[in-house]
Design a protein around this ligand. Structure first.
Ligand SMILES: [Zn+2]
Length: 117
């Protein structure tokens, strides 16, 4: 299926293809617990993902060992997706940014990043 997403102010827009999304991931590491984001269960392959608007409006937050690129919109502050320096362009999506998706109704897996990362 094709999905469309955006940050809150819509300066950043993106689209991706994936199987129908029925499950998601939440993590309790120090950054995810603060965002409280419901994320895509899998990373989307570069060929299936495209930033359609606002590449320059994105900024990156790094912390710890800096392997994860935590993208956020410089205008509205929303985190739409992240990738890693090991696999740049392979994104995990903040499903709250995806149009026409009831992310609270998904089967949400809890990942214990607090202890496993
Ligand atoms: Zn924005």
């Amino acid at each position: 299926m094709k999905y469309q997403g955006s940050c809150h102010c819509r300066l950043v827009q993106f689209e991706f293809e994936s199987e129908k999304i029925t499950s998601a991931l939440q993590c309790n590491c120090s950054i995810c617990i603060r965002k409280n984001a419901i994320m895509s269960r899998f990373y989307i392959e570069p060929a299936d993902f495209k930033i359609t608007k606002g590449q320059k409006t994105l900024s990156i937050y790094h912390w710890g060992d800096e392997v994860v690129n935590h993208f956020f919109c410089k205008n509205c502050g929303i985190y739409p997706f992240h990738d890693t320096t090991d696999y740049p362009g392979k994104y995990r999506i903040n499903l709250g940014c995806v149009e026409d998706l009831d992310c609270k109704g998904l089967d949400i897996l809890q990942f214990d990043g607090k202890h496993e990362l």
